[in-house]
Design a protein around this ligand. Sequence first.
Ligand SMILES: Cc1ncc(COP(=O)(O)O)c(C=O)c1O
Length: 401
Amino acid sequence: MLKLAARVGRAKPSAIMAVAMKAKDLKAQGKDIISFSIGVPNFLPGQHVYDAVQDALKHDSGQYGSNRGADALLDAFIKHMEEIGLTGYTRKNCATGIGAKQVLYNLFEALLDEGDAITFPVPYWTSYMDIAEILGAKIDLIPAPPSQNYKITPEQLDEALAKKPRVFLFNNPSNPTGMVYDSNEVAALAEVLVKYPDTWVITDDIYNRMIFDGLKYTNFVMCKPELRDRVVFVDSLSKTYGMPGWRLGFAAGPEKVIDALVTMNSNNITNVSEIVTAAGVAAMDGPQDVPTEKCKEFEAKRNLVMDVMNSIDGVICPRPQGAFYVFPDVSCSYGKTHGPTGLKIENDIDFCNALLEAKGVAVVPGSAFGEPRSMRISYTCPTPQLEPGMQRIKEFFAELA
Ligand SMILES: Cc1ncc(COP(=O)(O)O)c(C=O)c1O
């Protein structure tokens, strides 16, 4: 029999896409659906990005490009990092890729042999688990429950690193929780990291410009510069600039790792196209009005979502300070029945199905992120849909018995 590679059997289709597709089908059937499911920014980049693309089209060479990324793109990224306090990086410390996801995939490939251990907090962004499983890595999860505001403690990190994993993966601000580790919390974790020189650190911090309440982004290397030789910072234009489909991601870190990424690029993507390169340079170098406005808008939307979540008895909802997600613990609904439809809720999947069927609101089950007590609301929908969508969630809870 013709066989596929074993790793394909370990690859899972995206649980988030499954919810999104179901919502889309119901919409196509004429149902009134409000989707809080996919983590897309729901806005487009500024006009200057499109202008730069028009201009680039006039000069397009149509040829292969650098496996690392064009100099202009690397320089724009270096400046972009400097603006958030990550200084001292040169082109040799940077590489580009087809979105953060491809950068992360390459990073995992570059750092982990089959059976090597990677440790990261749970809840986690779904692809961390999926990519690690495809590559046959050993996965060790550090619990970050709602009672800890979905954050890990230095003691937990110490315990996890004492097991000597090859890689520690950190995500700040977090998808799915929206939580942001403040500078003191990052510094306390950095203290632990310095004790374990044999563990690489990946900081997937693509929401670093979507932080609210006056908080500032902090990376481990800002607290402990000696960590620079083993921390790899991952960034992306997808969320900040409303460019998820353009596929542009970045890594910055020690030359040894970055060179490995460039080699991987040379064997899979080859290069980022000239057109996308021009768009990326314009996004990072040009006016920042769109991301600045959107960050303010998302903060206001976060407030609206939190007002409703806080008014529902039994729901535990740590207050997120970044990204565009809220991740309430809805386990108070388990064991209950939705009165008007008779739908029984035993777990997060039942909860999300019942909410979609009864109220036409699509959210993602927390188990997709390793936390079956919770569900994820992505609140980037057009503003006029947000309030009615949240009211429907509130009504749904009121109808449970
Ligand atoms: C935490 C996190 N990392 C990486 C990505 C991937 O981003 P990109 O579109 O750049 O591949 C996402 C997208 O949802 C994400 O939430």
